[in-house]
Ligand binder design. Structure first.
Ligand code: ADP
Ligand code: ASP
Ligand code: MG
Length: 457
C-alpha cells in the first residue's frame, strides 16, 4: 500500500480536488490511503475565528464561520452534482452548527485555551476529508471516510501534540487495514488526532505531512507521497529564488535539516517515521503530476555540487547571556538550559565564548519572561528580526574548504553566529532578517550555477 497526502493548495477548490481524484484513480492498484489537509488558508481562518471568540468578539467569529460555510458549500456543490449534493448538504450544515456552538461557548467563557483551540482548528481537516470522500464517492471511486481522531493517538500537548506511535499503529491496523483489505480507499484528515481519552488534538502547523508519515510507517507503506504545489524539494525556496532547481534525490538526513531550517515544503517531523521503517518519501506536484518530483531515501546518489540546498528560517531571536564570573563555573549552562526548558523554548544554534553564550530561538511571546528569569543569573540581552541561513549537503562532511567559499561570497554581510551542526551535513549562520533574499540569491548563484544533472533537474 502507499500513502498519498494532499496539501492545502492541492484541495483548495473544486478543480484542485478533481485533479486529486484523477491522481488517486491512477494509483488504485497500489492501494492508496489518502490524507488531506484543510482547504488552503482554512486553518489560518479557524485560528482567527478562535481568537476572536476567545476575545469575546462573537460577531466577528460568526461572520468568519459563515464565509467558511459558503466556501465549503460552493466547493461541495461544484464537485458533487445535484442528488449527491442534496444528500451531503445536511452533513455540512451539522458540522457548521457544531462549529458555531463551539465558538459561542468559547466567547461565553471569554478565554481560548489550547484545548479549545484544537477543537476549532480540527474543523479544517474534518471538512476537507468529508468533502473529498464525498467527491470520490460521487465519482464512483471505492472510498471510505476514516476519522483521524480515532486512528491517530497523541499525548495531551494541545496544538502541538506528540503521536503515541504504538497505540496509533494498533488503531491503524484495526481501522484502516480492513478498509484496504476490502478494496476501499480510506480518506482521512491530516493534522488532527485525539488523546487516548478521545479529546481532539492537533500535531502542529503544517503537520499533515507528519500524519501521512505516521500512517505510512504504522501500516508499512511502500512509499509516502507528499503532493503539493511545487515540483518537489528545490535547491532553495522558489519564492526567494525563481531559478531554484528541483532536487531529484535527497537523503533523509538532508531533507530533515532543510525542513527544520525553514523549507516549508516538508514538515520537519515527516522523515522520522519514514527513517524508522526505511520508507521512501516522494514530494510531488499535484498541478504537474507527471513530473517525477523528489525522492527522499536513505542513500541517494552523490552529487558533484558542494551543496544540496539552502534554507532560511526567519523570525529568529538571538539571546546573549554574559557572565564573566560564572560562565565556566560548574552547573551554569545547566541552569540556563533548565530555564529554557521551563519556558518550553527550543534552542537552534548555540555559540559560547569565555564570558558569554549566545543562543537562537524562534521569536515568541515567552522570551521576555525567560529573559527576566535568566537576568538573575547573568546579563541578558535579546534581539529579534534575525534569520538562520542553513546550507545542507552530505558533501559538507567530506569536502574541505566549503565554508571559505561561503563566507568569501558574503564578505560585506554582517554574520552573527556560525555553527557547523553535529550532523556534519549542515552549516548555519545567523543574519539580519532583511538580508535573507539577497544572501540566498547570491549563495544560490554561486553554488548552483552548474547543477549536477544526476541529482538536480
Ligand atoms: P502544502 O499546502 O502542500 O503542505 P506548503 O505551503 O506547506 O504546501 O509547502 C509548499 C511550499 O513550500 C512551496 O509553495 C514553496 O513556496 C515552499 N518552499 C520553501 N522552501 C522550499 C524548497 N526548498 N523547496 C520547495 N518548496 C519550498
Ligand atoms: N491545515 C494544517 C495547517 O495549515 C495542517 C497542514 O496543512 O499540514 O497547518
Ligand atoms: Mg505543508
Amino acid at each position: 500500500m502507499i500513502v498519498m497526502k494532499f496539501g492545502g493548495t492541492s484541495v483548495e477548490d473544486a478543480s484542485a480536488i478533481r485533479r486529486v481524484m484523477q491522481i488517486v484513480e491512477g494509483r488504485l492498484q497500489q492501494q492508496p490511503v489518502v490524507v488531506v489537509s484543510a482547504l488552503a488558508k482554512v486553518t489560518d481562518q479557524l485560528h482567527t475565528m478562535a481568537r476572536a471568540s476567545g476575545a469575546g468578539n462573537r460577531e466577528t467569529a460568526t461572520a468568519l464561520a459563515r464565509r467558511l460555510q459558503e466556501r465549503h458549500t460552493q466547493v461541495a456543490a461544484a464537485l458533487l452534482g445535484q442528488p449527491a449534493f442534496e444528500e451531503f448538504h445536511p452533513v455540512l450544515d451539522e458540522i457548521f452548527q457544531n462549529l458555531n456552538e463551539l465558538l459561542r461557548g468559547i466567547a461565553a467563557v471569554g478565554e481560548l485555551t489550547p484545548r479549545s483551540a484544537d477543537h476549532v482548528l480540527a474543523y479544517g481537516e474534518i471538512l476537507s476529508s468529508k468533502i473529498v470522500a464525498a467527491a470520490f464517492h460521487a465519482h464512483k471511486l471505492p472510498v471510505t471516510h476514516a476519522d483521524s481522531r480515532e486512528c491517530i493517538v497523541t499525548d495531551q500537548q494541545f496544538t502541538r501534540a506528540t503521536p503515541l506511535l504504538e497505540e496509533t499503529s494498533s488503531r491503524l491496523h484495526k481501522i484502516i487495514a480492513p478498509m484496504l483489505a476490502a478494496g476501499r480507499v480510506p480518506v482521512m484528515g491530516g493534522f488532527i488526532a485525539a488523546t487516548k481519552a478521545g479529546i481532539t488534538t492537533t500535531i502542529g502547523r503544517g503537520g499533515s505531512d507528519f500524519s501521512a508519515a505516521i500512517v505510512g510507517a504504522g501500516l508499512g507503506a511502500e512509499r509516502i507521497e507528499i503532493w503539493t504545489d511545487v515540483d518537489g524539494m528545490m535547491t532553495t525556496d522558489p519564492n526567494l529564488c525563481p531559478d531554484a532547481h528541483r532536487i531529484k534525490n535527497i537523503s533523509f538526513d538532508e531533507a530533515a535539516e532543510l525542513a527544520y531550517f525553514g523549507a516549508k515544503v516538508l514538515h520537519p517531523a515527516t522523515v522520522l517515521p519514514a527513517i524508522q521503517k526505511n520508507i521512501p518519501v516522494y514530494v510531488l506536484n499535484s498541478r504537474n503530476p507527471n513530473c517525477e518530483g523528489t525522492r527522499i531515501s536513505a542513500r541517494p546518489a552523490k552529487s558533484r555540487n558542494f551543496l544540496k540546498a539552502i534554507a532560511a528560517k526567519k523570525r529568529i531571536t538571538i539571546i546573549d547571556i554574559a557572565s564573566p564570573r560564572m560562565l565556566l563555573a560548574h552547573g551554569f549552562l545547566k541552569a540556563i538550559f533548565d530555564a529554557f526548558d521551563r519556558h518550553r523554548i527550543a534552542v537552534d544554534v548555540v555559540s559560547t565564548s569565555e564570558v558569554s553564550v549566545s543562543l537562537t530561538v524562534d521569536s515568541n511571546e515567552s522570551i521576555p519572561a525567560l529573559a527576566a528569569e535568566l537576568a538573575a543569573l547573568a546579563d541578558v540581552k535579546y534581539e529579534g528580526r534575525k534569520a538562520i541561513i542553513c546550507l545542507v549537503g552530505e558533501n559538507l562532511r567530506e569536502v574541505p574548504g566549503i565554508a571559505a567559499h561561503v563566507f568569501g561570497e558574503l564578505q560585506d554581510i554582517k554574520i552573527r553566529m556560525i555553527s557547523q551542526g553535529a550532523s556534519e551535513i549542515n552549516l548555519s549562520f545567523v543574519v539580519e532578517e532583511e538580508h535573507v533574499p539577497e544572501i540566498v540569491q547570491r549563495l544560490h548563484r554561486k553554488f548552483f550555477s552548474d547543477p549536477d544533472p544526476d541529482v538536480f533537474a
